[in-house]
Write a protein that binds this ligand. Structure first.
Ligand code: UDP
Ligand code: MG
Length: 332
């Protein structure tokens, strides 16, 4: 089929157990669907196992496979960002390296994009197999809470699996934001977006890299980068505290005159510790925003490319290109 160039972007972090199968399945499926015009951009996110060797050997045999390798681990969000910077497709599909984002969705995503004119087709998880009740419940709570608090409306049960038109990708890669939360950023951009329901299978090998720490990090990026609700909440708490202390003041003065006066050491301690805690909590929330302002201001690069394969002449967005000098590519 004479299709438009599609880029499949896959972040890989310690994926030696799955990457071979994934690449074989993808090649097979693309052939089956008669998509000849495609590339696979694999972003090695500073893996410590044999992932880089494996994908490099694949890329050396097949020029459709391109490799970007980070100098250190930067997380899935940044890996997707780098993949978007290095891909050339008219349509760009972000998917995990473990086949949990089924390639079977690609033809329908392509159709919705080309025939119905959608700029973004995101995969919506209809079912999650093999995940614990707790993970499903926390994920559901996360999407709903974030949507409620966020100033941009975020589709629920949607991960990064999606097809995006080049128009969207070009905007996204030129946004210099450091605390990246791609799905919210894309939702924020607008244009014509639609969903495609899919059943999320289990990871067929290897382990999840998303433990509690990573999940909390992602939730914080979503919350503090796309919502001012935490600030509003502490403002309300502040007003409430002022009101409460006013009431306490009046009560204390009145009890002085009515004679019901007690030493009140313990109640005093309760009030002091309560408001001390509330104030530290509030400062912590403000601190989150300040930390984010700090990372934006220092303008460090999001990732450093240590090596590329089949991508030597690729042009990066200006802001990332400045960090990659002539001699900085293909370090051994
Ligand atoms: N990943 C990454 N960097 C990381 C963690 C994960 O590039 O620091 C990649 C990983 O290789 C996979 C995708 O992100 O392709 C999703 O990770 P995983 O399958 O562990 O997450 P889950 O599906 O359990 O949410
Ligand atoms: Mg997975």
């Amino acid at each position: 089929m004479d299709n438009k160039l599609i880029s499949l972007v896959l972040p890989c972090y310690n994926e030696e157990a799955v990457i071979k199968t994934t690449l074989d399945v993808l090649a097979e499926k693309m052939k089956e669907y008669q998509f000849d015009n495609y590339e696979i951009v694999l972003v090695d996110d500073g893996s410590k196992d044999k992932t880089l060797e494996l994908i490099t050997s694949y890329a050396e045999k097949d020029s459709k496979i391109k490799v970007v390798s980070f100098a250190s681990n930067k997380g899935q969000q940044v890996a997707f960002y780098a993949g978007m910077c290095y891909c050339s497709g008219e349509g760009v599909i972000l998917m995990d390296a473990d086949l949990q984002d089924p390639p079977e969705c690609i033809p329908e995503m392509y159709r919705l994009w080309q025939e119905e004119g959608y700029h973004v087709v995101y995969g919506k998880r209809a079912q999650r197999q093999g995940e614990s009740f707790l993970k499903k419940w926390t994920a559901s709570l996360f999407y709903r809470t974030l949507n409620f608090l966020s100033y941009t409306s975020l589709p629920e049960d949607v991960g990064e699996f999606r097809l995006m038109d080049r128009v969207i990708v070009d905007i996204v890669i030129n946004i210099e934001e450091k605390n990246r939360f791609n799905r919210a950023l894309v939702a924020y951009l607008g244009f014509k977006q639609t969903e495609l329901l899919f059943e999320r299978p289990e990871r067929f090998a290897g382990e999840t890299k998303f433990g509690w720490k990573e999940m909390i990090g992602l939730a914080k990026d979503g919350l503090f980068s796309f919502s001012y609700a935490p600030i509003t909440i502490i403002q309300f708490l502040g007003v409430f505290a002022l009101f409460l202390s006013g009431v306490l003041l009046i009560y204390t003065i009145m009890s002085r005159f009515t004679g019901h006066y007690s030493e009140g050491w313990s109640s005093l301690m309760i009030v002091i510790t309560f408001f001390g805690g509330a104030m530290l909590f509030a400062l912590g929330i403000i601190g989150e925003y300040i930390a984010r302002i700090h990372t934006e201001v220092v303008k460090r690069p999001l990732f450093i490319t240590a090596k590329t394969v089949n991508l030597q002449n690729h042009k990066l967005p200006e802001y990332m290109a400045q960090f990659i000098g002539k001699n900085n590519q293909n370090l051994k």
